[in-house]
Design a protein around this ligand. Structure first.
Ligand code: NAD
Length: 275
């Protein structure tokens, strides 16, 4: 994998071409954090990019930035949990670019963090609706446009719900993130016949804005960690990871460099979950 710090080599094949030349990628949650970094990385590797997010000037900035590096980009204002809008937006994206090769189903929220007895069915539905149903709707609507050429689908899950269960009040989030991994595996089996690969990525703590919309981050239990590591530490980084590091994994999974990898989950957590 190329380093995101090395702009010159980024996204290049061993022969100097671009890994995603002529391909189209679709990224949900593209306005911020991991989705933004991935959209830019995929564009640098040659892809034109459809950006899906709730309307926000940040997403428009990503669109401009991608155009400035010579790729096509279009922003679609869509709530990933809305079946009608998702069907419409993904069809419009496929028509606009003529093909869809890479899907990064990444939009997500922490949701309301609360003890189970205080969690309402409405807040449960909101978290599962965006994180899990949103992933299903992204894949469901993209598949008809990928069956001819094959492609790669990458789903952002989390360590939380798969390897780490220490966050107090995160039952809905964890359930949604575990569900995404199970969904990725079933989709990989079902879609292999079309040469569509499906993988989940499970980041540990990454420096993004996701905590800002969370009602009760302060309620999170302190995780038990050895004294030489501060709270939330990752041994490799001595702190949270960067969105660009996740974006490099997304590019690897999007490209033919990972042509035999499907139906798996990949942890990108600097060994946080080994503490
Ligand atoms: P972020 O808040 O920076 O980005 C999330 C993006 O998703 C935002 O642009 C937001 O507008 C968009 N979004 C939210 N709800 C949406 C909806 N209903 N429809 C369309 N777009 C919507 O957060 P991030 O950390 O980059 O999160 C991206 C993914 O990474 C999420 O699925 C999250 O669960 C996962 N994740 C994050 C971390 C972390 O520590 N940051 C760790 C593990 C997994």
């Amino acid at each position: 994998m190329n380093s995101s710090l090395d702009g010159e080599r980024q996204g290049a094949t061993p022969t100097g071409g671009l890994l995603l030349q002529g391909k189209t990628a679709l990224v949900t949650g593209a306005g911020s954090g991991i989705g933004r970094a991935a959209a830019l990385n995929l564009a640098r590797a040659g892809a034109n990019v459809c950006l899906l997010d709730l309307i926000d000037e940040r997403t428009e900035d990503v669109e401009k930035e991608i155009r400035s590096i010579g790729r096509e980009a279009e922003f679609f204002d869509v709530d990933v949990s809305d079946p009608g809008r998702m069907e419409q937006a993904i069809r419009a994206a496929a028509e606009r670019f003529g093909r869809l090769d890479v899907i990064f189903a990444n939009a997500g929220i922490n949701g309301t963090l609360a003890p189970i007895e205080d969690l309402t069915p409405e807040t449960w539905d909101q978290t599962l609706g965006i994180n899990l149903k949103g992933t299903f709707l992204t894949v469901k609507n993209a598949v008809p446009h990928m069956k001819t050429n094959g492609g790669s689908i990458i789903i952002t899950s989390s360590i939380n719900g798969n390897r780490k269960f220490s966050g107090f009040g995160m039952s809905a989030y964890s359930a949604s993130k575990a569900g995404q991994v199970a969904f990725a595996k079933m989709a990989a089996l079902e879609l292999a016949r079309y040469r569509i690969r499906v993988n989940a990525i499970c980041p540990g703590g990454i420096q993004t804005n996701i905590g800002e919309n969370t009602n009760s981050t302060k309620q999170l239990d302190k995780i038990r960690i050895p004294v030489e590591y501060p709270e939330g530490a990752q041994p490799l980084e001595h702190g949270p990871g960067r969105p660009e590091q996740v974006a490099d994994l997304v590019l690897f999974l999007a490209s033919e460099q990972s042509s035999h990898i499907t139906g798996t989950e990949i942890y990108i957590d600097g060994a946080e979950t080994l503490l």
